[in-house]
Structures are given as structure tokens and as C-alpha cells.
Design a binder for this molecule. Sequence first.
Ligand code: AHG
Ligand code: MN
Ligand code: MN
Ligand code: MN
Length: 321
Amino acid sequence: MNTLDDFLKGHPSAADLKAVIAAVASACVGISRVVSAGAIAGNLGSAGQMNVQAEEQKQLDVITNDMLSDSLRKCPPVAGFASEELDTIEATGRQGGFLVTFDPLDGSSNIDVNVSVGTIFSVLPAPPDKLLEERDFLLPGRRQVAAGYAIYGPQTMLVLTLMDGVHGFTLSASGEWLLTHERVSIPKDTKEFAINMSNQRHWAEPIRTYVDGCLAGKTGERGKDFNMRWVASMVADVHRIMMRGGVFMYPWDKREPDRPGKLRLMYEGNPMALLIEQAGGEAINGREDILDVQPSALHERVAVVLGSANEVKLVRNLSSV
Ligand code: AHG
Ligand code: MN
Ligand code: MN
Ligand code: MN
């Protein structure tokens, strides 16, 4: 089996970009170890403070954020980075190269109950010859040059795209990433959907109509029975869709009408949308491709509907009537 190093050596991308991927991948090996140590390392539970998203931080949100930040600071082609857990950007002082945005620990509400969590990252071009500012990060997802996630589950995997499809690597016992899933492809049709049903009463009409159609089953208009899954770790829900299809939704809802959705565009929406499109699926905020959304703030939220192409098309059509 090819290792990630072999894969990167043979890949036509620029050496600088490959160095960024290697830096993220190596941080994820370390993160996998601290996550799996759990209570032995005494790092479960709350950090006793809030992050910029007004969420209570877990100790592991802080630890994993520091681990990935350290790795990126040491990686020469990285001009700066931004994280779900940091108030603002960090510039490394270097110019040109790349910007990285990341969610160091996705699904951290699941960490204390030993359910899969992950790390999500996005790589964008850095502006040449200028001091880095927050607004330099506000590029639409189409400008990404790479994206990926690590999932810390029964197997630890790294799933990434360098704009030529999606490839999955499994972490071996000796700490090497081995290419186990070449050219991941999402089936266009599915009978599985993922949404937090407890928010049903707050949804807008198109999502209600779509989910009602799934729940109606074989005798309804859709003519098939659907199954539902909700891990509450986006990484785990998206990974399931990568492996066997499905549709994942975190839509706008009435709980916070001024917020487009719960998930963050730069750390969750864009990298996952790129991976999904690269694997043959679709990713929209309702009407528009997530990758076409022009960000106006670093921590901006976005509504997310992604996965099997034909299901996402249905939601898009419902949203535009
Ligand atoms: P994070 O742990 O990085 O803050 O992200 C949590 C997100 C995402 O992983 C998941 O899909 C969603 O929150 C779950 O939300 P609910 O608890 O509202 O179901
Ligand atoms: Mn969070
Ligand atoms: Mn997250
Ligand atoms: Mn997170």
C-alpha cells in the first residue's frame, strides 16, 4: 500500500502545497493520540471558558487547536491561519504561500462519550507581498487549493483532496498514513438522510417538505423508505456519506433567525463542500453552491445541505419555488 508520503511525492501539485498537507497530516497523527488517550491523559471535560463562537470550549478543543497551530507555524509555506477556536487570524510573518483555516476538533460535544470526532481543514492561496489581514482570508470556497478532514473513529483516517478527486488514508499501528481509499465516489441516489430532527418545528418550508417526503416512505411520492442517521459530528456524518452516500443537512432555522445556519463557512462548510463536489456530490446553502458564497466575516455561519447529487438537487429545487 502506498503511504501518504509516496502519494505526495508522485503528485503534480506544487511542493509548497504538499508541505502544508504533510504538516496538517502529521499534526493529525498527534491529535489522534491525545484524543484516544482520553481520561488517561486527564484531558476530557470543559476548559472552563467560551470560544469566539460563544460555545463552551472543551479541554481538547484547546489542546488540539494548539497542536495544529504549532505544526502550521513551523511549516515555511504557511503565511497564516485561522481556527474555529481562535478570535482572529494568526500571521506567521512569512509572505506568499498559503493560508489554512481549520476546525481542530469537530464534534467536540461527543468527546466525553467516546463517539467519533475529527479535524477539518481548508487551504487557500495567501496574497503575495503584503502584511496579512483578516480580510485576506475572505475568499469564496472555489478558491481553495486543497481541503480535508481526519476522523478519529474505530479507524483513524485522513480524507483529502488536492483538486483531483478525493483520497482516503488509514493510520497504521506504526503511525503511517496508508492509501486505502482511492478516488472516493458518492452515489448519486440514496435512501439515507441526516438532520437533527429535534429542530423540526424551527425549520423553513423547503426543509420540512423535503424531510416529510423522506418520512412518507414507500407509499409516499418518493416511493422509497428512508433511514435516518445523526452522529452530531459533521466529520462522521460526512464520512458516512463519502463511503455510502446520503444527504446531510444543517439548515437555517427560527431559533436564531439572523444566523444563516449553525456551521461555520470557513472551517466546516467550505472544506466539506469541496470534498463533496470532488467526490461527485453537491453542497448548497439552500439555493446556491456553498463554494460560491462570498464570505464577509471570518467566523461567518452557513446553512449546509450536502451529499448525494440527486437528493441535494431536490432540496435546491424546493428552495427556489
Ligand atoms: P464543533 O464541535 O466543531 O463546534 O461542531 C459541532 C457541529 C457539527 O460537528 C455537528 O454536525 C453539529 O455541530 C451538531 O449540532 P447539534 O448538536 O445541534 O445536533
Ligand atoms: Mn465548537
Ligand atoms: Mn465543527
Ligand atoms: Mn470544533
